[in-house]
Design a protein around this ligand. Sequence first.
Ligand SMILES: Nc1ncnc2c1ncn2[C@@H]1O[C@H](COP(=O)(O)OP(=O)(O)OP(=O)(O)O)[C@@H](O)[C@H]1O
Length: 681
Amino acid sequence: MFNLKNSIGEIRGIGPKKTSKFIRLNKFTIADLLYYFPRDYIIKDDSKKIKDLNENDVVSIVVEVATQCVSKRTYKGLTITKFLVSDDTGSIWVTIFNRSYISKQVKLGDDIRISGKVTRGSGSLEFTNPNIEFNNISREVSLITPVYSTTEGLTQADILKIQKEVIDKYSKEVKEFIPDDIRAEEKLCNIGFALENIHFPSSIKNLKLARYRLIFEEFFLLQLSLMKMKKHTLNEFIGKALINNEGIDSFISSLPFELTESQLKILDEIFLDLESTKSMNRLVQGDVGSGKTIVAIIALLKCIINNCQGAFMAPTEILAEQHFNIIESLLKPLDINVGLLTGKLKKSSKEELLQNIKNGDVQVVVGTHALIQENVVFKDLALVITDEQHRFGVRQRAILSNKGDNPHVLVMSATPIPRTLALILYGDLDISIIDQLPKGRKKIKTKAVSMENKYRVYDSIKKELDLGRQAYVVCPLVEESEAIDAQSVTEKVEELKIYFPKYEIGILHGKMNSAEKDEIMLRFKNNEIHILVATTVIEVGIDVPNSTIILIENAERFGLAQLHQLRGRVGRGSEQSYCFLLYKSKNKISEQRLKIMEETTDGFIISEKDLELRGPGDFFGIRQHGIMEFKIANVFKHIKILKKVQNRVELILKEDPLLTLEKYPALGSVIKDKLLNFDGI
Ligand SMILES: Nc1ncnc2c1ncn2[C@@H]1O[C@H](COP(=O)(O)OP(=O)(O)OP(=O)(O)O)[C@@H](O)[C@H]1O
């Protein structure tokens, strides 16, 4: 019987050889081919004339040959053939490499069809190596041909032929799974029409309808699956209920500061989770410097009080050590053993530590990635705290969870992201937001300054240093590079030494080994180094509250997220802090970025702006990882459609809070299928 999950081997025209090629493209089933969308289209629109052509257009037009062919051999041995074609609106050159035989086919006055990309030759537009049809040229109206990604041994023509067969035969067999009422309200065409028209569009309008439906569909299924997964985790995964709170209040009151209302609110949310048997899966989003670490530590403390172990995973060794030092200094007085596990640990100490983790003597383990390696075995792991920087997908979170008996999981994110994105990137997690900075923090004063005025900035730095404060100077590169005209760290230090003879200057960059980095960080923390010249290694999490001034060179090169993170290294104490963004040249986008930085210090606003300004994939450094590999949708380009999808999902959740989808059985079964493909479920 026909089934979309049947192998592609069933399709006429696909033998074992071609099957293996399709497998290389990760296409195994008929459904895979139906969802193997064109990467582009060639639009044969014979209403298009030469005068309408623009650089980079991919077109197919009918033209008349206006000159004889001229072939030349270059000194490199290439044969270049050129001829001019025209229509009633103008003319354009055609250049062909190494196909001199073509001059026999090109006849003055003939109509030919040229398909390809319009490029800029020496000054004027031209076609370079286009596809040329010589015979039976008929003028067509809007014929759209799909272009697929290919692989070796599988030509465009092969794929086209097979896709034609697949679409003709199977697209109508796909059962509609988006309910009619939703389709009507969201103006979505039906699935058969969408599949037909995404592959072989009968018009541009229908192609747009098809794309819209398929993008909506992709977001819709993912968002629903994530929500369903969240419900599933909540209902099924039985973790430990950590109910004992003894000593937590006195620990909180022993801190040198009062927790903010926002920190307290989030702790309430976390405690509610920890006290229930349902495993916590929570993301804490907070702006830079909002005090996430202490929240994490209190959660760890609760875990220890309940006789369990906790793990804290940091994205880099520097941060792991920084966290370890803070956690140890706060928990050691309570007789809690804290261990630090990083890649650089000596073999014997590592073995000892692993043993102590296994027998439960070490109650809190702080570490890098090393924590999720196989040889790390816990006695009773009840809470895992990770950093969003790890960009863990659903799958990796599951690996961690398997190290304990469904431990509670807390994900910390230092990059505030707009709600719409958070819902799809972390849709399987509950989300808490710290939206308040500790009391007494002053807004960092930010100024974009052109390179010519850098000495004024140096003067400001000097003033701060004279007051006993410290400074960061951030350069984008480690070594001098001519290609990218940026100031190198080493060069910078030499320059600063002359200007700041009284002060100690340290260097921190990614190419240093971790012992060197540690030493520098320690000396900076102890105020033995006054100016830290660094690359972006200081971007995440470094906390030295006595630093009150940061200078970022070539600021126009950085994205908003990075600038915000870098700036967040200052303003962490009660003193007024300053950020200078030094630029050499500005384009429109970088100018807008610098302006936003001057105007606001709120990471949530900045992230919204970033989303507007930046291109796909760049946003706040988030790559589309794991579950984010979309076939047609793009969380950045299609944010409006994503919002619509999320509103729709919210409506469904209102009616059906457990997301049983009983009202929509076809949709329910597609979601169930999708969830089976996620690991950890
Ligand atoms: N309620 C508070 N009042 C005053 N200071 C606080 C409070 N909470 C945390 N801090 C201090 O604020 C600084 C920043 O906290 P923390 O390092 O946890 O920030 P963060 O949220 O992790 O920021 P980033 O993402 O930039 O690392 C630390 O020095 C911390 O001790």
